[in-house]
Design a protein around this ligand. Structure first.
Ligand code: ZN
Length: 617
């Protein structure tokens, strides 16, 4: 050992060091907390320092976002560990419902040429677990490459047995409190993925479209009409009213009269509503409660019927008359042509409008009525607001507190069901005999209302964020009263990107308050996103994505981590250039060389030990 120190190579050989030393740390248990509550001699009075890792998707491949949170959290963890504080960093992965299911579906299509529907739910899930066992450790090994000093003996997976039990407990508890209900609701439907997607998973972008002006003919035979404009003519098929502003002199004489839905010739009323913007389009608004969120609320105010005209693939359903069976865009074309023939068309004009697209699938999301499961969120949101307002949780940087309040104060009930197979299946059994629901912590064999055995489990699974919302305590063993829950919960720090403040952080706070009565952590630290050196978003289409594995191979993990740490300010995006990483690799070499210099100087100063007697004689 001593002679090694005195003959250090001229530059730091990170490639020969990093993985060797990491393996040595891990094998020797240096990432485990001191004062372990599961071991004798534990002292419960010493406060620990705890971080739960933001669980990467099990399908994930390492990107700079991971590198960022690992650098930050490892810094915090090692700092506290070196101060002698019992320190725990809990690692794990997320089952990532849609992402994983899509990946396995693609693989099956490629390798066995079968679809998930063809092999059925059970077989498909077997394949997915197989896939998980094969590839699930890829991302955790890449996290290791970053030097993350997590306690891997405590690694968790959102679908493992313990966490599934936690999810079941949480669902049943909420259900028993009357906070879970099933109902029709206008949701964002992704026709490509055939599932509901949350508001947060929809991206709006300005796109060039058209504004279609047409006539809503009065039924009184006068030949009078209301001019109406829309960007989505196919939704005309689901119109249940035309709304005008109550003080609009052009139209108020028509309020209470009936008009005819083009081509279908269904009669619908003209209603007065202050929501209508007199300046927009023609000032008369078609109301489609089944396919537009604003129209949905107008519909509620006027007790309008809700007509859904699209099916799950976004094809026109039986309510669309002659257009039934057509794809939504084809139906748009045909209906418009037919309306032109019937002289109901006024004009078309180019129009830039906001188009909602699915973040994951990319296709246009369709607001649709569908039966879904919801969590009544008001009481949970109130508790989560309180925890930040009274300072029990601090958000860094603090300007995000306002954003957080604003979101929680305007929050809507949480749609928790997804039409997927990979995930926590909703623990509700529907009775074929009496129609009742049985909800239970153990899988039931008969209906709890009529004792019929003709019960079937709800086919939907829970939103992935339902299980990750429980993460800070489910990973420690909750709902069981384990020594880990007792000692390490509430955790200390939640460090993550500001882009998932609502997706994840707010939900952890709501769930933590609801199920444990305590804030799940005392501090939320939000880091920014990493952009390229010119400040552009990194994306495959720009070709400017930096692969952290390549950077680490070339310049070392320390150089990358140091660059991310010194170059970032909480809550602010940072621009990353490889030149900075290179400069920091050189900086690491400077420290190395300074060390060589000191060691050599020490060697020169150290008196040589006297030769033992008898030697050299
Ligand atoms: Zn029953």
């Amino acid at each position: 050992m001593t002679s090694d120190l005195f003959t250090l190579p001229k530059t730091y050989d990170f490639a020969a060091t990093e993985q060797r030393i990491y393996a040595w740390w891990e094998e020797n248990g240096y990432f485990k907390p001191s004062n372990d509550p599961n071991l004798p001699g534990h002292n419960p009075d010493i406060p620990p320092y705890v971080i739960s890792i933001p669980p990467p998707n099990v399908t994930g491949e390492l990107h700079l976002g991971h590198a960022m949170f690992v650098s930050m959290e490892d810094l915090m963890i090692r700092y506290h560990r070196m101060k002698g504080i019992p320190t725990l960093w809990v690692p794990g992965t997320d089952h990532a419902g849609i992402a994983t299911q899509l990946q396995v579906e693609k693989m099956l299509l490629r390798t066995e040429e079968v679809t998930r529907e063809e092999i059925g739910r059970e077989k498909f899930l077997e394949h997915t677990w197989e896939w998980k066992h094969k590839f699930g450790s890829l991302i955790t090994n890449q996290i290791r490459r970053l030097g993350a000093s997590c306690d891997w003996t405590r690694e968790r997976f959102t679908l493992d047995e313990g966490l599934s039990k936690a999810v079941r407990e949480a669902f049943v508890t909420l259900y028993e409190k009357g906070l879970i209900y099933r109902g029709p609701r206008l949701i964002n439907w992704s026709p490509g993925l055939k599932t509901a997607v949350s508001d947060l998973e929809v991206e709006y972008a300005e796109e060039q479209g058209k504004l279609y002006h047409f006539k809503y003919m009065l039924t009184d035979g006068s030949g009078n009409y209301l001019p109406v404009a829309t960007t989505r003519p196919e939704t005309i098929l689901g119109d249940t009213a035309v709304a005008v502003h109550p003080e609009d002199d052009r139209y108020k004489k028509y309020v209470g009269k009936m008009v005819l839905v083009p081509i279908l010739n269904r009669e619908i009323p003209v209603v007065a509503d202050e929501y209508v913007d007199r300046e927009f389009g023609t000032g008369a608004l078609k109301v489609t409660p089944g396919h537009d969120p604003n129209d949905y609320t107008i519909g509620e105010r006027h007790h309008l019927p809700i007509i859904s005209v699209l099916d799950k693939e976004a094809k026109v359903n039986e309510n669309g008359g002659p257009y039934a069976g057509l794809d939504r865009f084809e139906a748009r074309k045909r209906l418009w042509e037919d309306m032109r023939i019937h002289k109901l068309v006024i004009k078309e004009e180019p129009h830039v409008h906001m188009v909602p697209r699915s973040q994951r699938g990319g296709e246009i999301v369709e607001p649709m009525i569908s039966v879904q499961w919801f969590v009544k969120i008001e009481s949970l949101a109130e508790a989560a607001l309180g925890a930040v307002k009274d300072g029990r949780i601090k958000i860094v940087p603090d300007h995000f507190e306002k954003v957080y309040y604003n979101w929680l104060e305007n929050i809507q009930d949480w749609c928790i069901s997804r039409q997927l197979w990979w995930g926590h299946r909703i623990p509700v059994w529907h009775c074929g005999t009496c129609g009742g629901q049985t909800v239970s912590r153990e899988d039931p064999v008969k209906c709890q209302h009529c004792a019929s055995e003709a019960i079937e489990q709800d086919p939907d699974v829970l939103d992935t964020w339902f299980s990750s919302g429980l993460w800070p305590f489910s990973t420690l063993g909750w709902p069981d009263k384990t020594p880990d829950v007792g000692y390490f919960y509430p955790t200390s720090m939640m460090e993550t990107g500001y882009d998932i403040l609502f997706f994840w952080v707010a939900r952890m706070i709501m769930m933590g308050m609801e199920f444990t009565g305590q804030p799940p952590f005392h501090t939320v630290y939000l880091h920014g996103l990493i952009r390229d050196e010119h400040g552009r978003k990194m994306s495959k289409s720009y070709g400017n994505v930096i692969d952290p594995l390549g950077v680490m191979d070339e310049m070392g993990t320390d150089a990358l981590r140091f660059t991310l740490l010194v170059g970032s300010t909480p809550g602010k995006d940072m621009n990353l250039s490889l030149k900075k990483v290179e400069a920091n690799r050189n900086f690491a070499n400077k420290i190395w060389n300074a060390t060589r210099f000191v060691l050599n100087a020490v060697k020169a100063l150290t008196p040589q030990p006297p030769l033992p007697r008898g030697e050299g004689e």
